[in-house]
Design a protein around this ligand. Structure first.
Ligand code: C2E
Ligand code: CA
Ligand code: CA
Length: 750
């Protein structure tokens, strides 16, 4: 069973681990997907930002260009009214050149003759550009031919009387323009390119990315063709676009291009290394990873905690339901499950044993519940110690225990095995345990398991046998057999028939005479009931008294017997026959009747019988249950004037101490005393005991009656021992009233 539980536990643990793994796996996948999404988002964000930046710088550039051309227009306005195009006009511009920090300022006429404000005639302006401007266009271009200093030239048509007569041009040095055109705080590199792909302006670090690669080539090389088409289309439609490519050393590079407003031939470009994006991505990845790791850890913790609490709770519930709290052995519910499983396996032959401690209630009351509990724990310990691995023990309730024992085969062997366990309960001592176990007696029922495999039926049968064992004083262990069941049915029938039988006069009162030891004359009689059953014939009280004791009918029956006895004494008194004292048995069930004594008195009174002619016999076994109640009832009976005897003294727990307190007139020694006297070896000892008991009773001013005297030898011994009265087959058996009257008559006559 335990192994099985362990197996189930292992399987559950493996399953649990699998679930955790699956969970971590799913979370990882989700995290990766999420990371991918985040990455895309970051890149998109970055691209949008890059686009925005390039648009901003293109606006700035456009403003700068406009202002440069505005300067050229102002200068032209100033001079064209006073001079024709030529040396003078150029010279008059010198102050303007200085004011606007130009590298040069000059005019080119339609014949490409150059007039500089400084008087110089050398020019770095190509003729095609001049032609372009003469056709009415404005031109911005890079001038870096190696001869003159690197710079940017602005060319604008020169007008006279509404006609373009030449080109006015200014040049700014690159380093001067730098500050104006580029917002340095941003990362990356700015370029300005014209429609032909020629770089008008570029930052120095362009080379860092592209090396010697010209913008044109770089642009041509950008990404794959499909993207290129898309890029160009977007640039055409929106005036700006963004893309990624590889730089000279193979690193990822982003670049954004934007048309410069008002100068459709010029573009502003921003180039940025992908490292920036990667950094952002990495830092957010790290954040996400950390978050995810934290979440996984948290969830795993929560799950572990939940599982742990669940397991703990289950264990507690299991313990509460399946383990007996007092003794620690399995409880009834656990036992039923385990037993059913073992029985179903059909590997071994089993017997189901159920037993309880006789008069455990008495132990509890006499010595306290704590002591009673210690006895139960002791029993549980012994059961566990002295049963095999594949056998089961359990505490079913209070003092009721159950065992599933391997059946050795025969009833004798099985009986021996159970008796051995009971012996161990009585003999086995744990160190420091001070329990008085000698007086422990058990009622035990056994069911040998065969075809019936349902644990409930098995238990019911064993319990039936145990109930039978309670009724039998000598049989501690009773085996279930089919007769038990039929007997049970018969008992039911007896219960059923009782009421009618009483009305129908089926119950007869027999008398068994009591004799004086010395005179050997009848000095009294005991009334003993018989049932002349309508169908079953004469039944002995041993058959029906226990049944009526358990259903309470005995109270009515005893009253009936008393009534019959009183009727007889009344008749004797009326006939002038001197009556003898007749004893009537009172079952212990009466002790629970509140108005017992009143009822007894009223019956006696009804028949005008003086109470001293009636003696009530109370069984010794009645004494240890609720001693106080018993004493009270006895006192009342005595007070009412009846005689009282203690029946069956010596047959069970004999409490000599209690005897001192009991107000009884007669002590009826049980038959067992005489049996002891007959034994050859024990005989002497038995006789001594009887003599002692008799002398002790005398000390207490009690008379002594010996029951069940069957032989002359017994009679002689009792005479010798100064016993007062004798009742037994030696003199007479219980007999019908008529026979008793005849016998008694004979004696009085003689
Ligand atoms: P008990 O009160 O101990 O009655 C004595 C029993 O011993 C009687 O059995 C009697 O027949 C038997 N007996 C007498 N002398 C001898 C002998 O020499 N040898 C042997 N072997 N037996 C002898 P009985 O009549 O079968 O009654 C059995 C028990 O039934 C009684 O035991 C008593 O406890 C109970 N009982 C009988 N009648 C009544 C009754 O009216 N009311 C109650 N409450 N119990 C009764
Ligand atoms: Ca009796
Ligand atoms: Ca008796």
């Amino acid at each position: 069973m335990m192994k099985n539980n362990k197996k189930v536990g292992k399987r559950k643990k493996a399953l649990f681990r699998l679930y955790i793994l699956l969970f971590v796996f799913v979370v990882s996948i989700v995290t990766l997907l999420y990371l991918n999404d985040t990455r895309k988002e970051i890149v998109l964000d970055f691209e949008a930002n890059l686009l925005w930046e390039v648009q901003q710088s293109s606006k700035d550039v456009s403003e700068r260009f406009k202002s440069k051309f505005a300067v050229l227009e102002t200068v032209q306005d100033l001079i064209s009214h006073s001079y024709h195009i030529g040396v003078e006009a150029a010279k008059s511009m010198e102050t303007s050149r200085q004011r606007y920090h130009m590298a040069y300022l000059g005019i080119v006429d339609r014949n490409y003759v150059y007039y500089d404000s400084s008087g110089d005639t050398e020019s770095d302006i190509p003729h095609e550009r001049v032609d372009l401007v003469l056709s009415g266009k404005r031109v911005v271009a890079r001038s870096n031919d190696g001869k003159s200093p690197d710079g940017i030239i602005f060319l604008s048509p020169y007008w006279e009387d509404g006609e373009i007569v030449g080109v006015i041009c200014s040049k700014y040095l690159r380093e001067d323009m730098m500050e104006e055109l580029i917002d340095k705080p941003q990362e990356g590199t700015d370029l300005i390119v014209d429609v032909n792909g020629e770089v008008v302006f570029m930052e120095d670090d362009y080379k860092e990315y592209m090396g010697e690669l010209s913008w044109e080539k770089f642009y041509a090389k950008k990404v794959n063709t499909k993207l290129k088409e898309q890029f160009d289309k977007e640039l055409m439609l929106r005036g700006s676009a963004v893309a990624a490519t590889k730089d000279k050393s193979g690193r990822q590079v982003y670049f954004a291009v934007s048309q410069i407003e008002g100068y459709p031939d010029f573009f502003s470009v921003r180039l940025t290394s992908a490292e920036v994006v990667e950094k952002v991505i990495q830092s957010s990845m790290v954040r996400i990873y950390l978050l995810m790791a934290f979440m996984i850890a948290l969830i795993v913790c929560i799950v572990f905690h939940a599982v742990w609490t669940y397991i703990k709770n289950r264990k507690e519930v299991y313990k509460a339901a399946y383990v007996d709290q007092l003794t620690g052995i399995p409880s009834k519910s656990k036992h039923k499950l385990d037993a059913q499983e073992l029985i179903d396996r059909q590997v071994r032959k089993y017997a189901y044993v159920t037993f309880d401690v006789d008069n455990f209630k008495y132990i509890n009351e006499m010595f306290g519940y704590e002591y009673g509990n210690r006895i139960l724990i002791h029993i549980a310990n012994v059961l566990q110690h002295f049963t095999d691995e594949h056998e089961l023990v359990a505490r079913i309730s209070a003092d009721n225990f159950a065992m599933l024992l391997e059946n050795p085969g025969t009833k004798e062997e099985l009986s021996k095995k159970i008796k051995r366990i009971f012996e161990m309960i009585v003999e086995y001592r744990e160190p420091e345990e001070e329990l008085n176990l000698c007086s422990l007696k058990f009622s035990c029922g056994v069911y040998e398991i065969d075809e019936i495999r349902d644990i409930n039926k098995i238990r019911a049968n064993a319990n039936l046998a145990r109930a039978e064992s309670k009724k039998r004083i000598l049989d501690e262990i009773v085996f279930y057999d089919e007769n038990l069941k039929t007997r049970r049915i018969e008992e039911r029938e007896l219960e059923f028939d009782a009421e009618y039988a009483l009305e129908n006069g089926e119950f007869l009162v027999y008398f068994q005479p009591k004799y004086d030891v010395t005179s050997e004359k009848i000095i009294g009689a005991e009334a003993l009931v018989r049932w002349n059953h309508s169908t079953r014939g004469m039944l002995s009280p041993g058959l029906f008294i226990p049944v009526f004791e358990s259903n309470g009918f005995i109270i009515r029956l005893d009253m009936y017997v008393l009534e019959k006895v009183c009727e007889l004494i009344e008749a004797w008194l009326e006939a002038g026959i001197p009556p003898v004292c007749i004893s009537v048995n009172l079952s212990r069930t009466h002790l629970y009747e509140r108005d017992l004594v009143e009822r007894l008195v009223s019956i006696v009174k009804k028949h005008n019988v003086p109470p001293e002619y009636i003696e009530f016999e109370l069984t010794e076994s009645a004494f240890y249950e609720e001693t106080d109640r018993l004493l009270r009832v006895m006192e009342e009976i005595k007070k009412a004037g009846f005689r009282l005897s203690m029946d069956d003294f010596g047959s069970g727990y004999s409490s000599l101490n209690l005897l001192r307190r009991l107000p009884v007139d007669v002590l009826k020694l049980d038959r067992v005393f005489l049996e002891d006297c007959d034994e050859a070896e024990d005989g002497i000892r038995g006789k001594r005991i009887v003599m002692h008991v008799i002398s002790m009773a005398k000390d207490l001013e009690m008379e002594v009656l010996a029951e069940g005297v069957e032989t002359e030898g017994q009679k002689d011994f009792l005479q010798e021992a100064k016993c007062d009265m004798i009742q037994g087959y030696y003199y007479a058996r219980p007999m019908p009233v008529k026979d008793f009257e005849a016998l008694y008559n004979e004696q009085t006559v003689s």
